[in-house]
Design a protein around this ligand. Structure first.
Ligand code: MLT
Length: 254
């Protein structure tokens, strides 16, 4: 029997390496795929803009088609969650289960949109290294910033490695994304919503609200973690995902 496929989608300004501990942990039990989305990490193919969330979701469909994957567990962190929500709204039959980590279903309001445009200006003016320095402080928990200097440096370098131009195009795509709050009621697959207790970018209450909109979803928080619990508390994150996949009977024995 074929193994269940788990596809992991990283967040804005990151790359697939935020899933290294999950790839390592699940590689024997699942067909795990973590990929770099357009404009990030090793994805070097020039993609003409403007970008919309639909483009990122179509890229995911293309990847699944190319690899002949009919259905997968789709796991998205933050902007990866925006992509996952867009994807499930378009292709529900391709989604076996959903894992939404540190994300939200609501679209940006006017204030959030203004902040995005300020970020685009900042990226264009100051470049990716200056942005990375500030954004690392937003995405990591206070405890991580204090106690894990090597992780702080790794995250800062990961963000700075993306070009300011690509990150600016991605910020514009996030600002233009659709609201999925009403569409949550249409999600019928097993769903886990998981969030770092100290997430400042998409806080627990925002994730809880999303979980409340999805019938039968499981909601879990990860202590001592911010916006990247996959790296900040990998053991707790892996255990939560493992329990969910077990309970949802998503592991297949070969
Ligand atoms: C992300 O990590 O993908 C972003 O923080 C999401 C956002 O800015 O809305």
């Amino acid at each position: 029997m074929k193994k269940t496929t788990l596809i992991c989608i990283h967040g804005f300004s990151f790359n697939k390496s935020i899933w290294d501990p999950q790839v390592q942990f699940f590689k024997d039990k699942l067909n795990v795929i973590a990929y770099d989305f357009r404009g990030h990490g090793t994805h070097n193919k020039p993609e003409p803009g403007p970008w919309m969330m639909a483009h990122f979701a179509e890229d995911l469909k293309k990847l699944m088609d190319e690899k002949q994957i009919d259905q997968a567990v789709i796991c998205g962190l933050s902007m990866g969650g925006y992509i996952a929500l867009h994807f499930v709204s378009q292709y529900p039959d391709r989604v076996q289960a959903l894992i939404l980590a540190d994300t939200q279903a609501a679209a940006d309001g006017n204030e959030a949109k203004d902040k995005r445009y300020a970020t685009i200006e900042k990226l264009k003016k100051e470049g990716s290294a200056a942005f990375a320095k500030d954004f690392t402080k937003v995405v990591l928990a206070e405890s991580t910033l204090m106690q894990k200097p090597e992780l702080r440096q790794k995250v800062e370098e990961m963000i700075a490695a993306n070009t300011a131009e690509n990150m600016a195009m991605t910020v514009a795509a996030m600002a233009a994304r659709k609201d999925h709050m009403d569409a949550l009621a249409k999600i019928t697959c097993p769903t886990l919503v998981i969030v770092g207790e100290q997430d400042k970018a998409t806080p627990p209450e925002v994730n809880k609200k999303m979980a409340d909109g999805i019938k039968g979803s499981v909601y879990k928080t990860i202590p001592e973690a911010g916006h990247i619990p996959t790296l900040e508390q990998p053991e707790a994150f892996n255990k939560t995902v493992n329990d969910f996949l077990n309970q949802s009977k998503l592991f297949t024995l070969e």
